[in-house]
Design a protein around this ligand. Structure first.
Ligand SMILES: Cc1cc2nc3c(=O)[nH]c(=O)nc-3n(C[C@H](O)[C@H](O)[C@H](O)COP(=O)(O)OP(=O)(O)OC[C@H]3O[C@@H](n4cnc5c(N)ncnc54)[C@H](O)[C@@H]3O)c2cc1C
Length: 380
């Protein structure tokens, strides 16, 4: 077995899952390197717990350096160029040669794509804005609180609904529940198109039961102070929380792996057209049917990372590649007041993808906490 250099770009959900799977299957002479511009990892779902007030950033993040105790190298640098012809990745300070490359760079938030969005809203997915959202909702006594999804696709399709339900629960605790009107605007006609009309209707009913008004087919084109502007019509707000448009990291476009404005298109093997180069997680787009893509979610980034890692390990050991991303997973939909539902997904169910919601219970919230804890223990 020839030792190999495996470079993983991004130490997020997918990168950490892939690196740990590889380390468990290969001898120490194969080098496994994670490159990330951040030196910490925290699951995005913790942002919602920060808004709920049950978690803090400082005590929730973990140092990525911790992977080194397992024999995974960590390089805390910005990836500036991917040279696919010469199999070299350039960072701010060095050149890394690879035999296998796993691109797990996630998405970049792009609030600048909508005029006025940055200046007039708090960005739900931005770690710097999350504490501001936590404080602002506690100060809000009355008025209109709007949440707007302003681009497609976006990470974790149910997350804006969870955020709305958690915020509603906080407002009820602070006594402002009945004096704050909540509106949720989405460019999609129904709440969760990938889950189908039935699941979307169930989410709508949960939102309505908490007095949150859902407005579909609202494509945001600009934000003015106090006013959301849609392709057709506008809406007033006193406080605005947004899910901004997402874009593929520039290095993936510059090297030719992604078309401008699109993610890296792969099938469920996550192989790109370049030998030994794979794209996993949010940075990719895997179409399941002509209309439905694998949603951008950590659980799928993890599944893709594990499958790719197993196949790379098989190739290095000269064994047959048998792993496949199975498209199975799910996520917990927090509904506030200590409960969560479970959205179960099977993207490759025959004949069509299946999504179903299991009703909220305290047990599912406990499972969500376990979901985070188990992975942190396993990966870092
Ligand atoms: C509020 C919220 C709640 C969510 N809840 C859930 C949930 O309950 N369940 C679930 O499954 N998913 C959830 N998600 C989605 C999940 O967080 C993402 O889908 C997941 O993180 C994707 O993993 P990834 O590895 O593709 O990318 P990421 O985890 O985003 O990792 C990408 C990494 O690449 C690094 N990087 C990017 N560019 C560069 C560069 N040029 N140089 C060096 N490093 C770079 C970044 O620093 C980052 O660490 C949620 C998301 C949000 C926003």
């Amino acid at each position: 077995m020839r030792p190999a250099n495996i470079v993983i770009l991004g130490g997020g959900f997918g990168g950490l899952a892939a690196a740990n799977e590889l380390r468990g299957s290969l001898t120490q002479d194969s080098r496994i390197m994670i490159v990330d511009k951040k030196d910490w990892f925290m699951m995005d779902l913790v942002k919602l717990w920060m808004i709920a007030g049950s978690r803090e950033f400082e005590s929730s993040k973990r140092p990525l350096e911790a992977v080194t105790k397992k024999g995974i190298e960590f390089i805390n640098e910005n990836v500036t160029r991917i040279d696919l012809q010469n199999k070299i990745v350039r960072t701010s300070y060095r050149r890394l040669h690879y035999d296998y490359l796993i691109i797990a760079l996630g998405v970049e938030l792009a609030p600048e794509l909508i005029p006025g969005l940055r200046e007039n809203s708090l960005v739900l997915y931005d770690i710097n804005d999350v504490p501001k959202i936590r404080d602002a909702i506690r100060k809000m006594k009355s008025g209109r609180l709007a949440i707007a999804i302003t681009g497609l696709p976006y990470k974790c399709p149910p997350a804006p609904y969870e955020a709305a339900l958690i915020i509603r629960s906080v407002l009820e605790e602070t006594g402002s529940g009945s004096s704050v009107e909540m509106d949720l605007y989405s460019p999609t006609p129904i709440t969760l198109p990938a889950g189908g009309p039935q699941v979307s209707e169930q989410i709508l009913q949960i939102l309505n039961s908490k007095g949150i008004n859902f407005h579909g087919s609202c494509k945001t084109v600009a934000v003015d102070p106090g006013k959301l502007k849609f392709e057709s019509g506008e809406a007033a707000f006193d406080m605005l929380i947004t899910v901004p448009p997402h874009k593929v990291p520039l290095v993936a476009v510059d090297c030719g792996l992604a078309e401008p404005g699109r993610f890296i298109e792969v099938d469920r093997t996550c192989r790109t057209k370049f030998e030994g180069v794979y794209a996993i997680g949010d940075v990719n787009q895997i179409m399941v049917t002509d209309k439905i893509a694998v949603p951008k979610a950590g659980i799928f980034a993890e599944g893709e990372g594990v499958a790719v890692a197993r196949n790379i390990a098989s190739r290095i050991k000269k064994e047959a590649e048998g792993a496949i991303f199975d498209g199975k997973g799910g996520c917990y939909l927090e509904t506030g007041k200590g409960a969560a539902g479970y959205i179960r997904v099977d993207m490759y169910a025959d004949p069509v993808p299946i999504t179903e919601i299991l009703p909220p219970t305290a047990d599912y919230l406990a499972e969500k906490e376990k979901f985070e804890k188990e992975r942190l223990e396993r990966w870092l």
